[in-house]
Ligand binder design. Structure first.
Ligand code: AP5
Ligand code: MG
Length: 212
């Protein structure tokens, strides 16, 4: 299976990707997670993108397509994948299409999760992520059992640098301008499914499975 998860920041892409990964036994490829890992390592790439991500802007298409090509070459996604947060621009979508065409492959479905702006701010402000396994929690909808510790691996929970309200508002603007046009792009390709993201985490997952 080859899926793309599309949707505004905080719509639940990472949350649903992890559930789909378990269900279909295919890897989640999150460009956001990859970039944050580079920042943590203080690599050259990490140092180059740190300020861009903290400001809520998009990293350049060249850098992102380079990351995806590397993943393609090392074979991580040979037997299927869930792309979370990629593609994010028309240029990235065309890059992905080219890469798949080379292997005579196509995307199965593009899962578009819809939530209103107000919900985005609330969800992101309440999010805590595991430093170790990247499991995602939320004070309102998915609190951890032991304060500050991951239920799965006991790792420390943290809040991301781009979680501040003013940065989230900027990320939403960037999403609307640069990423939302992909909805029409994939509608034309006839593989987009629309999901109501304001249901509970479990209900959203069930709706996705029903529509896949
Ligand atoms: P990225 O890491 O991809 O962030 P994002 O798309 O802005 O989305 P988030 O990760 O914030 O939200 P999500 O949709 O995954 O929601 P989550 O499951 O966490 O990108 C970060 C940055 O990296 C970008 O701004 C850019 O700078 C750069 N970047 C990355 N990819 C790039 C690319 N391709 N091109 C260029 N730049 C790129 O859920 C949110 C919270 O809500 C959680 O706490 C969760 O528990 C809770 N929740 C989830 N679902 C529900 C529900 N149904 N009900 C109630 N609560 C819920
Ligand atoms: Mg995410």
């Amino acid at each position: 299976m080859r899926f793309v998860l599309l949707g505004p920041p905080g719509s639940g892409k990472g949350t649903q990707a992890k559930m789909l990964m378990k269900k279909y036994n295919i890897p989640q490829l999150s460009t956001g997670d990859i970039l944050r890992a580079e920042i943590k390592k203080k690599s050259k790439l990490g140092n180059n993108v740190k300020a861009i991500i903290a400001a809520g802007n998009l990293v350049s298409d060249d850098i992102i397509l380079n990351i995806i090509e590397k993943c393609d070459k090392n074979g991580t996604c040979r037997d299927g994948f869930i792309l979370d947060g990629f593609p994010r621009t028309i240029t990235q979508a065309n890059g992905l299409k080219k890469l798949l065409k080379k292997r005579d492959l196509k995307l199965n479905k593009v899962i578009n999760i819809n939530i209103p702006d107000k919900e985005v701010i609330k969800r992101i402000s309440g999010r805590w992520t595991c430093t170790n396994c990247k499991e995602i929690f939320n004070v309102y909808s998915k609190p951890e059992k032991k304060k500050g510790k991951c239920d799965k691996c006991s790792g420390e929970l943290y809040q991301r640098d781009d979680q501040k309200e003013d940065v989230v508002k900027d990320r939403l603007k960037v999403y609307k301008k640069q990423t939302a046009p992909l909805i029409e792009y994939y509608k034309k390709e006839k593989n987009l499914i629309d999901i109501n993201g304001i249901l509970s985490i479990k209900e959203v997952f069930e709706e996705i499975l029903k529509k896949l």
